[in-house]
Design a protein around this ligand. Sequence first.
Ligand code: TYM
Length: 349
Amino acid sequence: MAAFKELVFSGVQPTGNLHLGNYLGAIRRFVEMQGREAQCLYCVVDMHAITLWQDPEALRGQIREVTAAFLAAGIDPKRSIVFNQSQVPQHAELAWIFNCVARLGWLNRMTQFKDKAGKDRENASIGLYDYPVLMAADILAYRATHVPVGEDQKQHLELTRDIAQKFNTDFAQSIAAREYDDGFFPITEPIIGGPAARVMSLRDGTKKMSKSDPSDNSRINLTDDADTIAQKIRRAKTDPEPLPSEIAGLKERPEADNLVGLYAALSDVSREDVLRDFGGAQFSTFKPALADLAVSKLAPIAGEMRRLSSDTAYIEAVLADGSERAEAIARPNLDIVKDIVGFVRRPRG
Ligand code: TYM
């Protein structure tokens, strides 16, 4: 295990309605990363989910559903480590230490907190405010080198890098840190990109496709059936012009740009390639082609998700095994962090 030079970590919140943005921007990339010489860890971040109130029974089901989505999309739970955050106590432990490293000013700049807390900021949970610190702990408990995410997580990953850097500097003189020439924590590389790094709403090409959008027509859920997918694409907002033949022609046409990006991501080609085939076509031609493509890619995943979701015992066994393997990496890392910080800890037998 320790033989891998790269360690990949990413997480998805079990907050319901996994959508095409989560799949193309994140989960599908997780599957691709399995092809690298890397240990990959994919985490269902249930502790992040409760930063906004969740119905307990629904939450349990959603944790299983995200796990099923990982597996249905092609994550191999033997090769990768698939687990839920709350089963590995080192995430919370490291988050506390990082709370004492991160600065208020850094968190005050986080745009996601401002969006999620809305106008009633005084009433937001402290967990919601601290969300990015827990995220840094998720990543750095494993000393992850690479983190595949959608574009919206960029700022959180910059904060993770800042926390790693400050910890390394603050404790550079600690005896336990001296053997790590570049500091104990790596400066993690975000992996963001491709045509689906930011999938937009089907109802408004200037807004991100999101789990929390009140309109179900704004997103394609991973559990939508073929008819629903086709109908949502047919109803997707567009403009009256045909598709351009050059990328420059997509400027100022956010809805067209989004649909072309979706086609490109689903068929694994570039936007340029899509415009080569569809330049000059009307949406009445392009939308049915996109709908067929989306159905052909998503229907098998939805079917497999349904099958796996009903096998609670199997899903829970995957999470238990993954948590054990995750903790086997995180625990010795936390022991070193505690030594670096200057805690007295119980020696391990
Ligand atoms: P979550 O559950 O909100 O999103 C999961 C992943 O989906 C990506 N994503 C999108 N990508 C493209 N277009 C969209 N419209 C879109 N919407 C969501 C997100 O960027 C994300 O990669 N904070 C994380 C969860 C997390 C995490 C971590 C990630 C907790 N700890 C450590 C990486 C490493 C999040 O946004 O989850």
